[in-house]
Write a protein that binds this ligand. Sequence first.
Ligand code: AMP
Length: 207
Amino acid sequence: MKIVLLGAPGSGKGTQAAFIKQKYNLPHISTGDIFRDNIKNNTPLGAQVKSIMDTGMLCPDDLTIEMVKDRLRKPDCHNGYLLDGFPRNLFQAESLNRFDAPDIVINIEIDLNKIRRRITGRRSCPKCGGSFHIDFIGDVKECPNCKGQLIIRKDDNPETVKERLAVYERQTKPLIDFYESKGKLVNIDGDKQIDEVFAEIVKVLEK
Ligand code: AMP
């Protein structure tokens, strides 16, 4: 099964991706995570994208597309994939359609007013990749999963969040119509509780 997860920053894509990965044993490919790993490991790619990511803008298409193509060629993707954060614009979506089109696109819909609160309360664990919200775990410093040191992602500050939401509106939202017209889109209400959202996704995937 080849799945694309669509949704605004803070819609819960990453959280749902972790559940889907566990249940269906699909490789979870998050372009944001791959870029962040490269920055953490001081690679040339990391150096190229660091300042762009700090502003909330998108990294260059050619570089991002090549990175995803390479990843999808790996043997663990032969039975499908779970893409999170890619494609992010029409150019990337058209390109993906040519090299490895998705079977289904799950669009997690969320009220944009709630997003700011969701993102600014987010705490991330660089060690296990977990993402949590202070409303659930409190303002703690330790990762509830692995005891790693929780951080606030550099691009989760209010200024960058504003830009990321603007980029989403301008560039990523048109993908909803794009995939709708191809009969691939399923909308999921992302305002519900995490486990309810996941139950909806499972229902759709098992149809
Ligand atoms: P995310 O973790 O998905 O919110 O992504 C964090 C940042 O990584 C984005 O704000 C972009 O700067 C960059 N990024 C992630 N995915 C893509 C993509 N598909 N195309 C371009 N830039 C991306």
